[in-house]
Design a protein around this ligand. Structure first.
Ligand code: IPM
Ligand code: MN
Length: 331
């Protein structure tokens, strides 16, 4: 297996080395291909990602990615969106599962849900116009795009509770009438139970009753918003991993961004990056190793070796080191 390692910007440069240290402790036959992409590269060379980078990414099986600063400059095209589209990684899988002993804003920890976010269209179509007094963004929802994300959600649901919740805003958006219709058709044909929720009601319900949900499938921007919001359910944005999966490639990244405000201080929580690496191991078929990584994460919490967002006083690299040692001792 060849894995592109992209630290990116800000805290990406801290959390990915910690995740790689944990990965190295497993001693697996994985070839690491380091690649510099992002805002830092843009400042230096005027491009954040070029054709050659894309070729390198495509020569790898998957990518372990930190975070990239995306400025709100209309001339800057997000690297992340370019990669997701170019490698056609249409399913963004974001598990929202509390770690033992930790609670988030609701104080509950009896839930375990997964947000399945469509990753290539919707409000992220890039079909946009900006004029002096008006700007447009075209929201694209296709049958093909909806079908394949619905299938990903159903596949996941079959290994879980065999139910999905389709999140949409079809009372206002015609594009979501199509999304909802296609998701229902797919779920029915796959024999998966389904219900649907309007996104605004879902935001409230998820924050109040996360235990009611299992697999949640939605369009791109709604999934983006609901996933950051749901991070508050598990106690920190620094805990939530994600996998971007296509038919050929996959890309693993923490849900958090590059956090320039805390970058360079060594206090970023590496758990989201480490759990993203764990999702990568599962995708590769290394189930036992993935379980070991999860137990290392749980061990660090039990031992109180945590970063300040979880109330601890350890550094990013201390946490990585402890987990790597734990793995070596239990391999
Ligand atoms: C995410 C991020 C990205 C997104 C940004 C950085 C383009 O917020 O992965 O959730 O909106 O998808
Ligand atoms: Mn986001």
């Amino acid at each position: 297996m060849r894995v592109a390692i992209v630290e990116g910007d800000g805290i990406g440069k801290e959390v990915i080395p910690a995740a790689v240290e944990v990965l190295d402790a497993l001693d697996l036959p994985i070839e690491k291909v380091p690649l510099e992409l992002g805002y830092g590269k843009w400042e230096k060379c005027g491009v954040a990602i070029d054709e050659k980078d894309l070729e390198i990414l495509k020569s790898c099986d998957c990518v372990l990615f930190g975070a990239i600063t995306t400025p709100t400059d209309p001339n800057y095209k997000s690297v992340l969106l370019t990669i997701r589209k170019e490698l056609d990684m249409y399913a963004n899988i974001r598990p929202i599962k509390p770690l033992p002993g930790l609670v988030g804003v609701t104080g509950k920890n009896d839930f375990d849900l997964v947000i399945v976010r469509e990753n290539t269209e919707g409000m992220y179509s890039s079909i946009e116009e900006i004029h002096d007094d008006v700007a447009y963004t075209k929201r694209v929802v296709s049958r093909k795009g909806s079908e394949r994300i619905a299938r990903s959600a159903c596949k996941l649901a079959k290994d879980r509770k065999n139910e999905i919740t389709i999140v949409h805003k079809s009372n206002v958006l015609k594009s979501d009438t199509l999304f909802l219709g296609v998701c229902r058709e797919v779920a029915a044909s796959e024999g998966v139970e389904y219900r649907d929720m309007l996104v605004d009601a879902m935001a409230y319900s998820l924050m109040s009753y996360p235990e009611r949900y299992d697999v949640v499938v939605t369009t791109n921007l709604f999934g983006d918003i609901l996933s950051d919001m749901s991070a508050a359910l598990v106690g920190s944005l620094g805990l939530v991993p994600s996998a971007n999966i296509g038919d050929k490639y996959a890309f693993f990244e923490p849900v958090h961004g590059s956090a320039p405000d805390i970058a360079g201080k060594g206090i970023a929580n590496p758990i989201a990056a480490i759990l993203s690496m764990k999702m990568m191991l599962e995708w590769m078929g290394y189930e036992r190793e993935a379980a070991l990584v999860e137990s290392a994460v749980e061990f660090s919490i039990k031992e109180n070796i945590t970063t300040p967002d979880l109330g601890g006083s350890s550094s990013t690299s201390d946490v990585g080191k402890l987990m790597a040692d734990h793995i070596r001792n239990n391999l």
